[in-house]
Design a protein around this ligand. Structure first.
Ligand SMILES: O=C(O)c1ccccc1N[C@@H]1O[C@H](COP(=O)(O)O)[C@@H](O)[C@H]1O
Length: 206
């Protein structure tokens, strides 16, 4: 079963809808972003969610102290490190790490090989932005990473292209942020439902 991560959650209503539709992971962005949320906001949302949903804190190039502080405030299950964090930095936490790599060409694999993390998230490359760009990358390049562990495809996914991404790569999971939004930080109910429904329908071979 392809796992589904809905990222850029900023409010309880969107979190509950994603859970109801069948998401596996929810992402809360603590990195600089139009979707950035505070630890207090996330704590309040998480307290009202079922245990089974995996809660992911998304960070980018933040200090160890800042990340540790947020971990101790919110009940996160995973850390997603979306910047230029080193392999050593990724080992500093007691939570499993999803390390993001921005894919421009196949040279990304040389970096990925150096990391021993729980999961590898592949996102599109952008010269000035770290994530939430809404742009796809060449999914053929993602196949190369599968021998290193669980791969999550991100970057520009939406209800119209997610099935093609899964067909091309057969990843562990898919991750979407802007592709199911009505505006930055606010999910579009129909697009969110459609995205999750299409992934699940593909599983059933319908
Ligand atoms: O979404 C953001 O604003 C963001 C900011 C900083 C780091 C990561 C961010 N989001 C991650 O970006 C990818 C792709 O997003 P999209 O679907 O293309 O909009 C996704 O993994 C988010 O977790």
């Amino acid at each position: 079963m392809t796992k589904i991560k809905i990222c850029g959650i900023t409010n309880l209503a969107d979190a509950k809808l994603a859970v109801e539709y069948g998401a596996d992971y929810l992402g809360f962005i603590f990195a600089k972003s139009p979707r950035q949320v505070s630890p207090d906001e996330v704590k309040e949302i998480i307290e009202q969610l079922p245990e089974k949903i995996k809660k992911v804190g998304v960070f980018a190039n933040q200090s160890l102290e800042e990340v540790q502080g947020i971990i101790s405030r919110c009940s996160l299950d995973y850390l997603q490190l979306h910047g230029d964090e080193s392999p050593e930095y990724c080992q500093e936490f007691h939570l499993p790490v999803i390390k993001a790599f921005r894919v421009k060409d196949e040279s990304y694999l040389e970096r990925l090989k150096e990391y021993q993390v729980d999961k590898y998230l592949l996102d599109a490359y952008h010269p000035n932005k770290l994530g939430g760009v809404g742009k796809i990358f060449n999914w053929e390049l993602a196949k190369l990473a599968k021998e290193y562990g669980d791969i999550i495809i991100a970057g520009g996914l939406n209800p119209a292209n997610v099935n093609q991404a899964i067909d091309s790569v057969t990843p562990y999971g898919v991750d979407v942020s802007s592709g199911v939004e009505a505006q930055a930080g606010v999910k579009d109910k129909k697009r969110l439902e459609e995205f999750i429904r299409r992934v699940k329908k593909q599983e059933c071979g319908v």
